[in-house]
Design a protein around this ligand. Sequence first.
Ligand SMILES: Cc1cc2nc3c(=O)[nH]c(=O)nc-3n(C[C@H](O)[C@H](O)[C@H](O)COP(=O)(O)OP(=O)(O)OC[C@H]3O[C@@H](n4cnc5c(N)ncnc54)[C@H](O)[C@@H]3O)c2cc1C
Length: 250
Amino acid sequence: MSCATALGGAYRKGDGVLFPFPLLYGYAEALRRAGVEIRTRCEVTSVRQVGGLFEVITPSGPVRAKKVLNAAGGWSSSVAGMLGVEIPTRPVRHQIMVSEPLLPVLDPMVVTIKDGFYMSQGPRGELVGGIKESGAHGNDPARSSIGFCQQMSRRIVSLFPRLSAARMMRQWAGFYDMSPDANPILDELPGREGAFVACGFSGHGFMISPAVGDFMASLIVGERPRFGREAYRLSRFAEGKGVHETLVIG
Ligand SMILES: Cc1cc2nc3c(=O)[nH]c(=O)nc-3n(C[C@H](O)[C@H](O)[C@H](O)COP(=O)(O)OP(=O)(O)OC[C@H]3O[C@@H](n4cnc5c(N)ncnc54)[C@H](O)[C@@H]3O)c2cc1C
């Protein structure tokens, strides 16, 4: 790695890298074993309150429930809008580039704070990383762009000159669901008792997902979450109580 432009650095031996799909499949499998029905590719098109229940309309029929949770990522604010509640989050595109599998070349995940670059090497040898997109408009569609491909390739070669011959295999784009203070919103919706929201993860939702699950489970069954109840309320923005998270990578 070239440290020519680095002023300093930090190495945290205890940090690790976790790949999302095995975790997600593990959660899904555990839910199925517990008797939960999971419907994939099933879009919620509207939600209304009928009597004491919520009726969630989907192409595969309505679902009625006493309690609902909006965890729609970058689409959370539009899903909340179905219940007439405004949530101040917005989807911002971020992209990832993945190389062909390589022999082990990178042990820790490398992050450069200044330009939001990060890269790690996966278990099959692929280098996986992203960078804060220059020239992003803030309302770009979740599609890959040539500009990102060029920017990322240049950055990889400037930091790791020996990787100039590495071939990139694929690229993908998704949304960070950005909240005004870059911290999540974990709450019951005001005036909609029984409707909950977990959104605004601002690019760091995966690593905190077990704690978020624990938090939301407590909230939904009417218990006090074990940490941070006040910090993640929706009302903090109107009350000017948000504490801004400065470390948003990418
Ligand atoms: C490029 C990129 C890199 C990232 N890197 C990291 C990282 O290194 N570490 C980290 O911790 N986090 C990272 N994140 C952020 C992380 O992916 C998110 O914070 C996390 O996935 C949020 O989880 P979620 O379940 O709330 O939302 P999502 O994972 O976005 O899931 C929301 C789901 O809701 C579905 N949905 C939306 N609207 C509807 C509807 N109307 N009806 C039905 N379903 C709907 C969507 O299809 C989607 O499946 C990254 C994100 C991106 C885009």
